[in-house]
Design a protein around this ligand. Sequence first.
Ligand code: NAD
Length: 504
Amino acid sequence: MSATETLTPTTVSHWINGNPVAATSGRSGIVSNPATGDVIAEVGFAAADDVNAAVAAATAASIEWRSTPLSRRAEVMFNLRDLIVKNRARLAEIISRENGKTIADALGEVARGLENVEFACGIPNLLKGGYTEQASRGVDVYQIRQPLGVVAGITPFNFPAMVPLWMLSTAIACGNAFILKPSEKVPSAAVFLAEMAKEAGVPDGVLNLIHGDKVAVDLLLTHPGIKAISFVGSTPVARYIYETATRSGKRVQALGGAKNHMLVLPDADIAMAADAAVSAGYGAAGERCMAISVVLAVGNVADPLIAAIRERVARIKVGPGSEPASEMGPLITREHRDRVAAHLNYAISEGATLSIDGRLDPATQTAGFFLGPSLIDNAKPGMRCYDTEIFGPVLSVVRVDTYAEALRLINENAYGNGTAIFTQNGGAARQFQFDVEVGMVGINVPIPVPVSYYSFGGWKSSLFGDLHMYGPEGVQFYTRSKVVTSRWPDPASSKVDLGFPQVR
Ligand code: NAD
């Protein structure tokens, strides 16, 4: 069956050695459509047998795949790129149905994931090593990068296709076999990606999927056949993944949560800053790790900025992601929606001002997991709305007197994923870029997700590990370097020399 003919299954299976494989553990989870509250699929959870089967298939396939010429690996990535382009509408529809985001937003996610496949198309160039001729007399030294073998990725619910593509395109192009454990809340986009990968020519066993929860993850973290783990998700789980998998001797990059601040200086264009705060705060219902969650309004900027934000929020159309008129969809689950809504009560009881109450949005009267956009004014450190990663459509405004105070808040925050400054002063922006302790910085850009030929990663509690994800650091993560020192002397000149080799 071609990828285009596949229908979303009502029972979601693992994908092992190039084929769907039913789970055998007897444990499973449900997948809901967040816009309606309906259960739309059941997903079988992996146990040890499933994980062992995936690792065995990946191990066997990785031997031939690392020997496959780079030109063929690049060709497979080009094929995958073309299939994703051809099927982008179908992929976006699957994403929207399980995650709730709008079709337009899901298409944006697919486009950003596609960039990573396009980056991986350049793998022959990316794996070029260095060569030094005549490092010593008649001696040459060169460096090559080789794949690790079998590597695994564990991904979150909020980007069902993009985050898997961050990992799998680079890992596979580098010559590894990859095992993906997607979020059990949104498993079907990953299955569709696996189907397209097979059609693109990724050999059976080079890409495997196992579904599940902590049981499956723990088996991956400790499996001796897996050499590296990539993780994207919340900070407590990221920390756990890093500690557990490194204890098992694995290479780990574990990206965690965020609390992204947008600093607005008094000279900023208010309309532009309000557009940015609303887009980045409420897009995807705030369920983006690069969403803006806190606006730091410096000096007298707060009142006009809040007025401009309120004006824009009043026009946001909340509704099912499948309806073209909807600009913001539901949250992922009922429990998460209720957790986010509870923050509005905490904010009031802790002394902040609830400037817009999303619980009053008409969409909340339906069976879907909706919460309208909410705005909290006079937020402060120590309040739960400021200290917690809410991961919902709630924007908090903190009023500060100076740039220095705003900078201190960002640098003292436990997270360091993304941040943005809005100003017309180039010198102030340059100083901010120099001072701020955050991994991804926007200057008049509210969601500074790096393009695929840079790498993605935060600082502090937003990343555990050394290497950021995708781009050049992704290539480094999924390969290990070998340095070869070689000489071809005349055997007649050979002699025993117990001294340490010298190069001069
Ligand atoms: P999550 O941490 O709950 O789950 C992520 C993955 O880990 C899932 O596959 C899940 O099955 C697994 N998992 C959950 N609990 C586990 C446990 N106790 N032990 C082992 N595995 C476990 O995250 P989520 O709710 O799916 O996603 C939202 C979070 O992800 C937010 O915190 C968001 O900021 C973060 N995120 C970060 C980035 C980034 O690049 N830094 C990108 C996207 C999302």
